[in-house]
Design a protein around this ligand. Structure first.
Ligand code: PLP
Length: 402
């Protein structure tokens, strides 16, 4: 018999599976070309050629002991040093290998750091809408997620609501910029305000509050927008980086944590993260991928396709009456649903073979997420279906009446 705690996760996973099966059924019925699956955040662009070359070279060049053996739980020292120096060059920071812990993607990094800092009953703040897995990661360590309601329509964090929700039990705050699901990049002003609130509250309560910056989309930005490097604004920042999206390697499970020297309880934090990596069963991040990414630190996947898709979808959907948040980053378009019930709206969209994710999955009703990390041709083919959906909700008419 499975654990009581697992029952709801199993039920949840069958919902996801049902959605996947539904997509397959639609494809069998209408033909794959007539089904428009915008549900998954799986990168559609291949990794840069340098990644393949690096893997081949490493397999040929590196001795088996180093390539395949156990290592320090934090990862290969020289890889960590290379990452630290690359960050220093890009962001004018002063990290070294001791600040970097290699992880099994951002998901692994978040679990490692949450295990390192969370006591049962501790509160972890997240700004809605957010990646729903945070709820599960925090529950792994018996913490409680405290949700800050969205600030509409900017979807920058609501600083006043944030300040009001911090308590003596607040252990950490998770931010994710560029954001999944909104595509919003938090402004420098927002980051400064978050930092100021945290400094004030730490002083007021005599506590330590860590800011966990979940950054799988850092490199996916458009129109030259800058994403502030968070450690420069708040000393208790811990960066959870991933190569899943920036190098299109989600299946390879590789990322890292940055724990700056200035973070409170630095020595213990590093030891705890090292031990957490081991006892969560990761032991260490995949060796070949550590060595490979160290040779590709200046590379990113080609984001021009995402940019093309972004503008195509945003312009089209806006022109037919949908209210969309123009994304500055990531590969998601966040769209207001014309009816209050986003689950009902996603159900209606499915009738037109459009697979969208309801905002409720991100703790924000009344919106849907459209993942545009897909074939550009599929986007073009989907326009008729979106037009029918808009017509069903009389969108143009509704707009004209406004
Ligand atoms: N955080 C956010 C906001 C994500 O969107 C994702 C994946 O989509 C993750 C974390 C997990 O990323 P990884 O594949 O690096 O574990």
């Amino acid at each position: 018999m499975i654990a009581q705690k697992m029952v709801k996760y199993v039920e949840g996973s069958s919902v996801t599976r049902a959605m996947f099966e539904e997509g397959k059924k639609l494809a069998a019925k209408y033909g794959a070309l007539n089904v428009y699956d915008f549900s998954l955040g799986n990168p559609s662009t291949p990794p840069p050629a340098s990644v393949k070359q690096a893997i081949l070279d490493i397999i040929n060049e590196v001795n088996p002991g180093r390539l395949h053996g156990y290592m320090n739980n934090s990862g290969h020292e020289d890889v960590r040093e290379a990452i630290a120096q690359s960050l220093n060059k890009k962001h004018d920071t002063s990290f070294s290998q001791k600040n970097i812990i290699m992880t099994v993607g951002a998901a692994g990094g978040l679990n490692v750091i949450l295990k390192s800092i969370t006591d049962p009953g501790d509160e972890i703040i997240a700004f809605a809408p957010y990646f729903g897995e945070y709820n599960n990661y925090v529950a792994n360590f018996d913490g409680n997620v405290v949700v800050i309601p969205p600030s509409i329509p900017s979807f920058q964090p609501d600083i006043q609501a944030f300040e009001e929700k911090i308590t003596v039990k607040t252990k950490a705050v998770i931010i994710n910029t560029p954001n999944n699901p909104t595509g919003v990049v938090y402004s420098e002003e927002t980051i400064k305000q978050i930092a100021q609130v945290l400094y004030n509250k730490q002083e007021e309560y005599g506590t330590q509050i860590y800011l966990l910056s979940d950054e799988p989309y850092r490199e996916l930005v458009y129109d030259g927008i800058e994403v502030p490097y968070i450690t420069k604004y708040y000393k208790n920042t811990i960066v959870c980086y991933s190569y899943s999206k920036s190098l299109s390697l989600p299946g390879e499970r590789i990322g890292y944590l940055v724990i700056p020297d200035e973070a409170d309880d630095f020595d213990n934090l590093i030891c705890a993260a090292n031990v957490a990596t081991r006892i969560l069963g990761f032991v260490n991040a995949p060796s070949i991928m550590q060595l490979a990414i160290a040779r590709c630190l200046d590379d990113t996947t080609d984001t021009t396709v995402y940019d093309t898709n972004r503008l195509l979808l945003y312009n089209k959907l806006s022109s037919i009456g949908f209210e969309c948040i123009k994304p500055d980053g990531a590969f998601y378009l966040w769209v207001k649903t014309p009816c209050a019930d986003d689950v009902e709206f996603a159900g209606k969209a499915k009738e037109f073979n459009l697979l969208l994710v309801p905002g409720s999955s991100f703790m924000c009703k009344g919106y849907v997420r459209i993942a545009y990390c897909v074939d550009t041709d599929m986007i073009k083919r989907s326009f008729t279906a979106f037009e029918k959906l808009a017509a069903y909700y009389s969108l143009k008419q509704h707009r004209n009446e406004d």
